[in-house]
Design a protein around this ligand. Structure first.
Ligand SMILES: C[S@@+](CC[C@H](N)C(=O)[O-])C[C@H]1O[C@@H](n2cnc3c(N)ncnc32)[C@H](O)[C@@H]1O
Length: 249
């Protein structure tokens, strides 16, 4: 993972153009994302932001997934944590609590409407150390952090391996939560319907949505296997969700 880690709580979020916070700079991108695909993702999540926000908050404690993710990040006060694909910010309260007033939380998302929802939360709570960046998580606008979190995002990437490896290079701890078709028959049927419904988002013109989901989640797992020293895997919610953690500490 990160070669130049100066230690816990001392990493600053540095954008690719050298500034703290803000958008990606003009440096060559770390990887190419298909702009049409990203526009499609943005449009869909923009359209569903309000509903998604409500749904995600209502289900935030289901299966203890989100709490397990934040625990696995092993954050300390003063740390800097980046959440890729932060959506409306359902994980932000726990992240902010874990790093405290002296730490820093950066939420990154491509959807303007999702970020608007997250910004409303930040304003209501009066957090001054939580920033939101509209950018592509596949080409991270942040060059260094203590930890990276991504919940229900990596399966939207055509090449999750490359993206998660990139995250491993920028942080000492990377935690990813993703759906896996490893549950019982009913759980798998629900997942299949979910992926089929979201085919456009997943860029999945496939007649095997569960196979694609399994492949993408496995790719993220391999990236953590290859990019992190310490590995943990925690299956939740009848085996339909996996929390994969990789740490160098
Ligand atoms: C299923 S939602 C998950 C939101 C949040 N992580 C949660 O657990 O509730 C996926 C989010 O990822 C964002 N997203 C998808 N592809 C992205 C990309 N390439 N870069 C940044 N955000 C992305 C979407 O806009 C959306 O907000």
């Amino acid at each position: 993972m990160a070669q130049d880690a100066p230690g816990r709580g001392r990493r600053r979020p540095v954008t690719r153009d050298g500034a703290a916070g803000g958008r990606a700079g003009s440096e060559a991108p770390a990887a190419e994302s298909d702009p049409r695909r990203l526009r499609r993702v943005r449009r869909s999540y923009d359209a569903w932001a309000r509903v998604y926000d409500w749904f995600a908050r209502a289900t935030a404690s289901v299966g203890g997934v989100r709490a397990a993710c934040v625990r696995s990040l092993d954050l300390a006060p003063g740390d800097t944590v980046v959440e890729f694909g932060c959506g409306p910010g359902v994980n932000l309260p726990a992240l902010r609590e874990a790093v405290g007033a002296s730490g820093r939380v950066v939420g990154v998302d491509v959807s303007t409407r999702m970020l608007d929802r997250a910004a409303g939360l930040v304003a209501r709570r009066g957090w001054e150390n939580v920033s939101l960046v509209e950018a592509d998580a596949e080409r991270p606008p942040v060059a260094a952090a203590d930890a990276v979190l991504a919940t229900f995002v990596t399966s939207l990437f055509p090449d999750p391996y490359a993206v998660v490896r990139r995250w491993c290079d920028l942080a000492d701890a990377v935690v990813v939560a993703a759906f896996v078709p490893e549950g019982n028959r009913a759980a798998n049927a629900a997942l299949r319907a979910f992926v089929a419904l979201n085919g456009r988002l997943f860029d999945a013109r496939t007649d095997d949505p569960l196979g694609m989901l399994a492949e993408r989640t496995a790719a993220a797992r391999r990236a953590l296997d290859d990019g992190a020293t310490v590995r943990e895997r925690d299956r939740r919610l009848f085996g339909t969700i996996v929390v994969e953690a990789g740490r160098d500490r």
